[in-house]
Design a protein around this ligand. Structure first.
Ligand SMILES: Cc1ncc(COP(=O)(O)O)c(C=O)c1O
Length: 353
């Protein structure tokens, strides 16, 4: 990245691979790959409905609402139970045909329930797919495109070696969306390396691609992502994520008004989660960071009608920001981000006083 184009966060650009970059095959779980995380989940639920008699899925109240909405066409009832990054409330009593979803939020690990669920369990390992070893869930799935620089990708597997959903044929609408995303990623890479390209040239393509991929047309992983998945240096990148998170946390230690949440040293987290005092300060900090070229995420807004939504989760959703710590960034980048956050948080808090 050339210096006058320095920025942080937002969507991936096309990575430049060095000769010899190869990922050890054991890093990612083996399973059925698909076009996205939500496609992998939908294929799994359909498979469970047809083969295990699943009639109802319990999803944590704290979860990406777009993903839940995309499941509307699956012939399974969706219910929510109280669960979020800060812990699990009472689990539902498992009736015949019930399946429970658990989520590894931000690579912090799966929140521990007080008792076990009496039916099958699905785990979402999107935030740290390579940290899923040791899980005894019936099935697990992950979006790959959300944490790796791939235009599409998801995977479903069974830690208990149960039969997996059958592969689906390619879907033209998904393939076209992947083409758009690839174009956006290539143009962004050129922009960041100083080419005479305006940001608008890739941002609109990217937005359009995301809208189309998010429709979740049942589709396999694209040919491009299939090849790249076996070439990306995922193990090295996952170590960089751990170190970047650790470095950001150290640089923000003792900072007034901003707290980095979660375990001291999570394994390979995609983001660091920052908490500030109020929704108003959070929104002001996020806007000020955008002006400095630092693009953070809100993971996730929890709509007001969400079943089993708890006050502590609403508070978490409204007062936190996710700062990317993935392998696009060096320790120097993380220092720059931390210093900017410190300076901006202080001025925002002083204004609010
Ligand atoms: C935790 C989690 N699970 C699943 C998904 C769905 O993945 P995809 O967007 O690839 O369908 C997302 C995407 O935002 C996610 O953040």
């Amino acid at each position: 990245m050339v210096d006058d184009r320095w920025e942080h966060g937002s969507t991936f650009h096309l990575p430049r691979l060095e000769s010899g970059d190869k990922m050890p095959s054991a890093v990612l779980p083996k399973g059925l790959t698909a076009g996205s995380g939500r496609i992998a989940l939908a294929l799994l639920l359909q498979h469970g409905h047809e083969n295990h008699g699943w009639k109802r899925v319990w999803i944590p109240s704290y979860y990406c609402s777009d993903v839940v909405e995309s499941l509307a066409r699956i012939p399974i009832q969706i219910r929510r139970y109280p669960c979020g990054p800060l812990g699990t409330g009472p689990l539902p009593v498992a009736l015949d045909g019930d399946v429970l979803m658990r989520v590894n939020y931000y690579g912090w690990g799966i929140p521990d329930p007080e008792h076990t669920f009496g039916g099958p369990v699905i785990e979402d390992h999107t935030h740290a797919p390579w940290g899923a070893a040791g899980s005894d869930a019936d099935y697990s799935f992950a979006s790959l495109r959300k944490t790796l620089p791939l235009p599409d990708g998801g995977v479903v597997w069974s830690p208990r070696s149960l039969p997996l959903p059958s592969p689906v044929p390619p879907h033209t609408a998904h393939e076209q969306a992947v083409e758009l995303r690839l174009a956006a990623m290539a143009l962004k890479a050129a922009y960041l390396s100083g080419a005479g390209i305006e940001k608008d040239a890739f941002r609109e393509l990217d937005r359009e691609a995301e809208e189309r991929i998010a429709l979740g047309h049942p589709s396999p992983l694209s040919a491009y992502s299939e090849v790249m998945l076996s070439r990306l240096p995922i193990k090295a990148w996952s170590e960089i994520r751990t170190e970047n998170h650790h470095h950001l946390r150290s640089e923000l230690a003792g900072a007034p008004f901003v707290t980095v949440l979660g375990p001291e040293r999570p394994t390979s987290p995609p983001v660091a989660v920052l908490q500030v005092a109020s929704e108003c300060s959070r929104d002001a900090l996020r806007a000020a960071l955008i002006r400095e070229g630092i693009y953070t995420a809100i993971l996730w807004p929890i709509p007001s009608g969400t079943e089993a939504r708890r006050p502590e989760d609403v508070e978490f959703s409204r007062t936190t920001l996710a700062v990317h710590v993935d392998a696009r960034y060096t320790l120097d980048d993380m220092t720059r981000v931390a210093r900017t956050i410190r300076a901006l948080a202080r001025s925002i808090e002083l204004e609010a006083e």
